[in-house]
Design a protein around this ligand. Structure first.
Ligand code: ZN
Length: 133
């Protein structure tokens, strides 16, 4: 795709090199099914097109919960503890920039933005048991 920087991933099983879109976007609207799959970890891995085995998805998944106005950057396979603060500050800057460019996002309206490292934090992000960003 033009204008999209792809990231390289090597399959840990067959060593095949793959090119991936660095950001996966998941829209949760009327379908509870997608959310249930997400919370069950079904998007945490993806099948290798060559050998068919699961590869852990290390890029963030941007979850757009349309009904509840929650935007979550979900890291299914979280980076090490010492890298998380840097990632959080970069994401906050991106969010602020998007809002300055008129892309609907907090603090423009009642959308909440959350960053979730791992599935426990993802569950907390949906239920609101988390610090607001
Ligand atoms: Zn493979």
């Amino acid at each position: 795709m033009e204008g999209v920087d792809l990231t390289s991933v090597t399959c840990p099983w067959c060593q095949e090199k793959l090119r991936l879109d660095p950001l996966n976007v998941l829209t949760l609207n009327t379908s509870e099914e997608v959310k249930a799959k997400l919370l069950a970890g079904e998007y945490d891995n993806f099948p290798c097109p060559t050998c068919g085995r699961d590869i852990p998805y290390s890029n963030p998944i941007l979850c757009h919960d349309i009904l509840n106005h929650i935007l979550i950057y979900y890291f299914p396979n979280p980076p090490p503890e010492d890298m998380r603060e840097t990632i959080q500050s970069v994401l906050r800057r991106i969010i602020r920039k998007a809002s300055l460019q008129g892309i609907p996002s907090p603090p423009d309206d009642d959308w909440k933005v959350r960053i979730a490292f791992g599935r426990d934090e993802l569950k907390a992000a949906f239920t609101g048991q988390m610090d607001e960003e």
